[in-house]
Design a protein around this ligand. Structure first.
Ligand SMILES: Cc1cc2nc3c(=O)[nH]c(=O)nc-3n(C[C@H](O)[C@H](O)[C@H](O)COP(=O)(O)OP(=O)(O)OC[C@H]3O[C@@H](n4cnc5c(N)ncnc54)[C@H](O)[C@@H]3O)c2cc1C
Length: 99
């Protein structure tokens, strides 16, 4: 999977930088990467992507294509897969501290 822990400082150039790999950031990254926006990179300060739903172990996060209810972690995994499949790069353990 294209999810990289990032301990170092490396200069990179991206076309789109998304701050935060929660549902909003992952959805934006998936759509933009799929639309051909170029190199789309998502920074996430936590060690794992997925945002708050990752910690919400209860249903209420929509359903999969077969209509089965998703819990938070399941929903987060789907969002991560969608972003990565679309071509976005996720970097975990990285905080944006300036703009
Ligand atoms: C207790 C609880 C229960 C909930 N239950 C439900 C539910 O049942 N169903 C439902 O649909 N919704 C539920 N929600 C709401 C849902 O979690 C939010 O709507 C959703 O997480 C918002 O997504 P987001 O991407 O905007 O933010 P977040 O999920 O908060 O994701 C933001 C991400 O950005 C990262 N980040 C922030 N600043 C930086 C930075 N400077 N650099 C790098 N990374 C950064 C954070 O670490 C985080 O991973 C619940 C929320 C809570 C708190």
């Amino acid at each position: 999977m294209n999810v990289r822990p990032d301990g170092g400082r490396t200069a990179r150039s991206v076309d789109v930088l998304v701050v935060g790999a929660g549902p909003a950031g992952l959805a934006a990254a998936a759509r933009l990467a799929a639309a051909g926006a170029g190199r789309v990179e998502v920074l996430e300060r936590e060690p794992e992507p997925g945002g708050v739903p990752r910690l919400c172990v209860h249903p209420g996060f929509g359903a999969d294509p077969r209509g089965r209810a998703l819990d938070g972690p399941g929903s987060a995994r789907r969002a991560v897969r969608a972003a990565v499949r679309a071509g976005a790069v996720l970097r975990t353990g990285v905080s944006a501290t300036g703009w």
